[in-house]
Design a protein around this ligand. Structure first.
Ligand SMILES: *[C@@H]1O[C@H](CO)[C@@H](O)[C@H](O)[C@H]1NC(C)=O
Length: 264
C-alpha cells in the first residue's frame, strides 16, 4: 500500500515537472472566496502571453462579437481566453484580476484588471508552446496589459487570476445587427458579473422571446421585430436579471446602438 502511494507520488511529481518545464506549477490550491452576489472570486493558476501591438491593433473585433473595443469602453484592458476559460463565448464580458507569479526574473509586482473580449484558439498542429490548447487555462493579454505585469522578453509567464465584478461606466449598451429575418443583439459594457447567460427580447406587440446565443455574445431571434419598440431582459452568470424596458424606440434600424441607461 505504502509502496503504491509512494510510486504514485513520484509519477505525479514527474508528470508535473515534465509538462510545465521551468515556468512553475499551476496546481496550487485556490483561495476560496465569493462576492456578495455569488460570483466565485477565488484565485486560480493559469499562464499568460500577449498578442497585438502596443496600441491594441490586432485585438479588435474577435470571437466575442465586440467591435471597436475603444468605442465600446474596453480599451486596452482586454484578453483572449483559452478554450478552458472561454466556455463557448459565455465568458465574454467577464472581468478578471491577474498577477504574474512564481517567476521573479520575469514578473513585475502588482496586478491588472481586464475584460474577456476574445478567444485564444487551440492549435493542434504544434507540439510545443500550445498554451491555449485544452485543458490549459490561459490569458492572451493585449500587449500593454502584459507589460504591466511582466517583462516583454518573458513571452509567457505563470499567473494567478480571479473573477472580479466588472466596474463599467454608464449603462449596458445594445447593438442591433442582422436583417429583418434575423435580429442580432450584442450587449456590451455589462457591469456586475459581466458575462451573460440568458437574453430575452420583447416587442411592443409580443411577449418575451428567448434569444439564442450564436458564437460570442451575438444573441439572435428569427422573430420579425422591425417597427416595434423593444425591451431587453438580461441575466448575468451570477443569476441576476435586469429588465431594460423600451430602451429601443420603434424607429430603430440595423447597425444602431441603444443605451440601457443603467447597469448591473
Ligand atoms: C456577430 O454578428 C456580426 C453581425 O452579423 C458578425 O459580423 C460577427 O462576425 C458576429 N460575431 C461572432 C463572433 O459571431
Amino acid at each position: 500500500m505504502i509502496y503504491v502511494e509512494c510510486f504514485m507520488l513520484i509519477m505525479v511529481t514527474c508528470f508535473v515537472s515534465m509538462s510545465l518545464g521551468d515556468i512553475g506549477d499551476v496546481a496550487e490550491a485556490p483561495m476560496i472566496g465569493h462576492d456578495s452576489n455569488g460570483l466565485d472570486t477565488s484565485w486560480y493558476d493559469a499562464r499568460a502571453t500577449f498578442y497585438g501591438d502596443v496600441h491594441g491593433v490586432g485585438t479588435q473585433q474577435g470571437a466575442c462579437g465586440y467591435g471597436d473595443l475603444f468605442k465600446q469602453g474596453y480599451g486596452l484592458e482586454t484578453a483572449a481566453l483559452s478554450t478552458a476559460l472561454f466556455n463557448n463565448g459565455y465568458t465574454c464580458g467577464a472581468c478578471y484580476e491577474i498577477m504574474c507569479t512564481r517567476a521573479p526574473q520575469w514578473c513585475w509586482p502588482g496586478s491588472i484588471k481586464i475584460t474577456a473580449t476574445n478567444f485564444c484558439p487551440p492549435d493542434y498542429t504544434k507540439t510545443r508552446d500550445i498554451w491555449c490548447n485544452p485543458p490549459q487555462k490561459h490569458f492572451d493579454l493585449s500587449q500593454p496589459m502584459f507589460l504591466k505585469i511582466a517583462k516583454y522578453r518573458a513571452g509567457v509567464v505563470p499567473v494567478r487570476y480571479r473573477r472580479i465584478p466588472c466596474a463599467k461606466a454608464g449603462g449596458v449598451k445594445f447593438e442591433l445587427k442582422g436583417n429583418p429575418y434575423f435580429l442580432i443583439v450584442l450587449p456590451y459594457n455589462v457591469g456586475g458579473a459581466g458575462d451573460i447567460k440568458y437574453v430575452q427580447v420583447k416587442g411592443t406587440r409580443t411577449g418575451w422571446i428567448t434569444m439564442s446565443k450564436n458564437w460570442g455574445q451575438n444573441w439572435t431571434t428569427g422573430v420579425v421585430l422591425t417597427g416595434q419598440g423593444l425591451s431587453l431582459r438580461i441575466t448575468t452568470s451570477d443569476g441576476i436579471t435586469k429588465d431594460f424596458i423600451n430602451v429601443v424606440p420603434p424607429s430603430w434600424g440595423f447597425g444602431q446602438t441603444f443605451d440601457g441607461k443603467f447597469n448591473f
